[in-house]
Design a protein around this ligand. Structure first.
Ligand SMILES: Cc1ncc(COP(=O)(O)O)c(C=O)c1O
Length: 427
C-alpha cells in the first residue's frame, strides 16, 4: 500500500501551525502525547455496541475494562454516581440528554446563543430548536451577568420541562443554587452543560453544579484537556419524574434512560480508542500537575483581563472568573470578523463572537472571544499575558499595516519556539 503523502504532509503542516502560533481559541487545548497515543491505535478497530459487560459483539473483554476504567475515573473526579463516556462530542451528549428527558415539542429554556449560549441549547438551526420548543433567557444589559430574574419569569410563565445552564462564551461563574430553586418552582429538570469550564470545576476552582443540577454534560477537549468527545454525568440517580418510559413502557431510572439515549438512541458503536484517551486524560486530571495547570489558567485569564483593561478594551461583564474573556470591540471601531482575519495573519488564533445585544450579524460580530487554556498548556505564565495582549493590540490598531503584521508574526513565531509542543512528535 502506498503511503498517503498528501494527508501526512497536511498533518505535519498542522503541527507546524500549532507549534508556531498563539492559540487563543477558548474551546481549544493541547492534549498530552499519551492522550494522542491512546487515540491512534488498535482500539479504533473494535466494535462494541452496548456497555461494559452488555455488548452486542464478541471480543469486548479488553475494551470493557478500558471503558469501565474511564467511567470509574470520571466518577471519581467529579464525585458522581453515574457517568456515560460514550458521547462522540458535546453536541451528542446534549442530544442524548434531551432524548432521555423530553418528548418532541416540550419546552426547553436555555441561554440565548447571541448572549453566550450554545447551538444545542435551543438554536433554531439545531436539533434542539427544531425538535423542542426553545425559550431563552439572556444576560443583563447593565453588567453582562446572567439574568436569573428573566430566567425565573420565563420559567414561571412558560413552564419549560428543562432548564439549561452553561455557556460557550460567558466569563463568569454560575449560580446553580438559584437555577435549581427556579426549576423546583415548576418541577423542571436542570441540565448543566459545563463543557467550557469543566476542568476548573474538576479542580474545585469554580462552583460545582453536581449538587444542584440533575444532569451535567461536558466536552472532554476544552479545559479538561482530553481528546475530542463528550460525557454525561449525574451526581445521584433518580426515578425519572416525568414518567418517561423505555419502549416497553417501563418506568426507568434516569441512568437507564441516559444510557439508552446514547446507545441505541443517538449513536451506534462507541469510539473505544477515544474512550481510552478520555481515560488517560482523566488519569492526568487526577494528578497534582493538573491542579497547578488549572490554577495557572485562572491566573493567566485574570492577567489578560488586567492587560486588556489597561488598553481600554471593553470586557463583557467587566472581567473573568474562568478561562476566557469576551471583548466588545465597538469602542475600537473594528468588527470581530476583521479582528479574527487580521490576527490570524500574525499567527494569533481567536474567534469572532457575538456580544450581548450585538447590532452586527453572527458572520460579522462586534466582539472576539479569547481563551487561555491552550497557551497555558504551552507554558505561558501571567507575565507573558501582557506581551500577548500588546501583540493583539498592535495588530488591531494597525489592521492595514502589513509590515507590522509581519513583524509581530516573526516575534510570535520566535517566542513560541521556546515552548516546545510535543517533543517526541514523529509522523
Ligand atoms: C457549551 C457547549 N456545549 C456543547 C458544545 C459542543 O461540543 P462539540 O463541538 O464537541 O459537539 C460546545 C462546543 O463548543 C460548547 O461550548
Amino acid at each position: 500500500m502506498q503511503a498517503d503523502i498528501e494527508i501526512f504532509s497536511l498533518i505535519q503542516d498542522e503541527f507546524n501551525r500549532q507549534q508556531h502560533g498563539l492559540e487563543l481559541i477558548a474551546s481549544e487545548n493541547f492534549t498530552s502525547e499519551q492522550v494522542m497515543r491512546a487515540m491512534g491505535n488498535v482500539m479504533t478497530n473494535k466494535y462494541a455496541e452496548g456497555y461494559p459487560g452488555k455488548r452486542y459483539y464478541g471480543g469486548c473483554e479488553v475494551v470493557d475494562k478500558s471503558e469501565q476504567l474511564c467511567i470509574d475515573r470520571a466518577k471519581a473526579i467529579f464525585n458522581v454516581e453515574f457517568a456515560n463516556v460514550q458521547p462522540h462530542s458535546g453536541a451528542q451528549a446534549n442530544a442524548a440528554v434531551m432524548l432521555a428527558l423530553l418528548k418532541p415539542g416540550d419546552k426547553i429554556l436555555g441561554l440565548d446563543l447571541s448572549m453566550g449560549g450554545h447551538l444545542t441549547h435551543g438554536s433554531a438551526v439545531n436539533f434542539s430548536g427544531k425538535l423542542y420548543q426553545p425559550l431563552f433567557y439572556g444576560v443583563r444589559k447593565e453588567d453582562g451577568l446572567v439574568d436569573y430574574d428573566m430566567m425565573e419569569k420565563i420559567a414561571l410563565e412558560e413552564k419549560p420541562k428543562l432548564i439549561i445552564c452553561g455557556a460557550s462564551a460567558y466569563s463568569r461563574d454560575w449560580d446553580y443554587v438559584r437555577v435549581r430553586a427556579i426549576a423546583n418552582k415548576i418541577n423542571a429538570l436542570v441540565l448543566c452543560d459545563m463543557s467550557h469550564p469543566a476542568g476548573l470545576i474538576a479542580k474545585g476552582l469554580l462552583n460545582s453544579p453536581f449538587e444542584h443540577c440533575h444532569i451535567v454534560t461536558s466536552t472532554t477537549h476544552k479545559t479538561l484537556r482530553g481528546p475530542r468527545g463528550g460525557i454525561i454525568l449525574m451526581k445521584t440517580d433518580f426515578e425519572n419524574p416525568m414518567g418517561l418510559t423505555n419502549p416497553k413502557g417501563e418506568i426507568r431510572m434516569m441512568s437507564d434512560l441516559l444510557n439508552l439515549a446514547v446507545f441505541p438512541g443517538t449513536q451506534g458503536g462507541p469510539l473505544e480508542h477515544v474512550i481510552a484517551a478520555k481515560a488517560v486524560a482523566f488519569h492526568e486530571i487526577m494528578q497534582d500537575d493538573f491542579m497547578s495547570y488549572s490554577k495557572q489558567v485562572v491566573a493567566n485569564a485574570k492577567a489578560m483581563e488586567i492587560a486588556f483593561k489597561e488598553l481600554n478594551y471593553d470586557i463583557i461583564s467587566g472581567g473573568t472568573d474562568n478561562h476566557l474573556l469576551l471583548i466588545d470591540l465597538r469602542n475600537k471601531n473594528i468588527s470581530g470578523k476583521k479582528a479574527e482575519n487580521t490576527l490570524v495573519k500574525a499567527d494569533i488564533t481567536i474567534n469572532k463572537n457575538m456580544v450581548p445585544f450585538d447590532d452586527k450579524s453572527p458572520f460579522i460580530t462586534s466582539g472576539i472571544r479569547v481563551g487561555v487554556p491552550a497557551i497555558t498548556t504551552r507554558g505561558l505564565k501571567e507575565n507573558d499575558m501582557k506581551t500577548v495582549v500588546h501583540w493583539i493590540d498592535s495588530i488591531l490598531m494597525n489592521t492595514e499595516n502589513e509590515q507590522n503584521i509581519a513583524k509581530v508574526k516573526g516575534e510570535i513565531n520566535e517566542f513560541m519556539n521556546q515552548f516546545t509542543l510535543y517533543p517526541n512528535w514523529k509522523i
